[in-house]
Design a protein around this ligand. Structure first.
Ligand code: PMP
Length: 363
């Protein structure tokens, strides 16, 4: 059995997907080629691409007035690409809930008048400011939120209803680290983006879901390859897309479908998160998670040992027990267990067993 891999991303992939990719590495479906060696415009890759897009649209019930773009650049590039396409150089509000939304706000300031309408910085990124308290300006081009803060372990359990807040601007969501773990209420969204390297596949692929009416407003400085309208008009083939990453993503989409779709991923995510947080809240104070309960992420679970001098011993013991990449992000410290779709319940149980065992020996 392979070890359980708790990396925040690039993250573990379903073993079945890796096995299929290995079996098809030298010769994809009798084509005589590896997927890596195919022209992105040839009929073989076209079939891979169309199937992947179709599966993704089905899994997330993406409405027909949204385009799905397969891009490169990752979440950090989108921090510039979104304002270049949607801001029209005007006003954009952000809600800061952790490291990633903070980075998005800073980068957008290079292209538009970007400002924080709400922030949990005073609470050290441990909750989500209630939407009713957001000080949204009028005349906004859009509002940006990060719906799952990978580093801080803070998740929005529901998408804000901007219309109910009296704001008619489109909502932009960075859902990089929880996409495909829950459904998306598209009626509340104008644009969603996600790097692939957590719940979807290898790094190098970025997915953008954009409502059609938001296309065609890019600033003149926007590179053509990052102009959503250009990308959409060329079916994500204006430049060469990350073909191999798209192929693996397609295999992951099929895997999710076979498991029972996004609803089943959500059910499993709740079970796994309950197991881990349940232990974190009831272990006699040896370990703790600091995030307010309603804002806790089902995907990324940061936790701390009360005696931080034991951190290295904890990690070494975890490695020996076949539990990999549990070290917390350098900006937060402590530990972080990322328990994405590909993490089985047994992996979370094995982690809790190690935590119990370690606490018994060192408590
Ligand atoms: N947003 C979120 C929520 C992320 O988790 C990450 C990466 N961990 C990024 C943006 C940045 O992605 P990339 O490194 O692919 O640019």
């Amino acid at each position: 059995m392979r070890p359980f891999n708790f990396s925040a991303g690039p993250a573990a992939l379903p073993e079945e997907v890796l096995q299929t990719a290995a079996a098809e590495m030298l010769d994809w479906h009798g084509s005589g080629m590896s997927v890596m060696e195919m022209s992105h415009r040839g009929r073989e890759f076209a079939s891979i691409f169309e199937a992947a897009e179709h599966s993704l649209r089905t899994l997330l019930a993406v409405p027909s007035n949204f385009r799905i773009l397969f891009m490169q650049g990752g979440g950090l590039a989108e921090n510039a690409i979104v304002p270049m396409n949607l801001s029209r150089g005007g006003l954009v509000d952000f809600v800061v809930t952790g490291s990633w939304s903070k980075k998005s706000l800073k980068e957008a300031g290079r292209y538009c008048d970007a400002s924080a309408a709400g922030s949990n910085e005073g609470n050290r990124h441990t909750d989500v400011p209630a939407p009713a308290t957001w000080a949204l300006r009028s005349g906004l081009s859009y509002v940006h939120v990060c719906t799952n803060e990978t580093i801080d372990g803070v998740e929005m359990q529901t998408l804000p209803d901007l219309a109910a807040l009296g704001c008619d601007a489109p909502l932009v969501i960075d859902c990089s680290s929880h996409i495909l773990s829950r459904s998306i209420d598209w009626s509340r969204v104008g644009l969603a983006f996600a790097g692939a390297q957590k719940n979807i596949g290898p790094a190098g692929l970025t997915l953008v879901f954009v409502r059609e009416d938001l296309l065609g407003h890019a600033l003149s400085i926007c590179p053509s390859a990052f102009d959503y309208r250009v990308v959409a008009e060329n079916n994500s083939m204006f430049n060469t897309p990350p073909t191999y990453a798209i192929y693996i993503a397609g295999l992951v989409f099929d895997w999710v479908q076979r498991q029972g779709g996004v609803a089943e991923m959500e059910r499993r995510a709740i079970t796994k998160a309950e197991l881990l947080y349940g232990y974190l809240d009831n272990n006699g104070g040896f370990y703790a998670n600091r995030v307010a309960k309603p804002a806790r992420s089902r995907m990324n679970v940061p936790f701390f040992l009360s005696d931080e001098s034991l951190n290295d011993a904890f990690l070494a013991g975890a490695r020996e027990a076949g539990l990999l990449q549990l070290k917390g992000h350098k900006s937060v410290g402590g530990m972080r267990a990322s328990i994405y779709n590909a993490m089985p319940l047994q992996g979370v149980q094995a982690l809790v067993n190690h935590m119990q065992d370690f606490a018994r020996r060192h408590g």
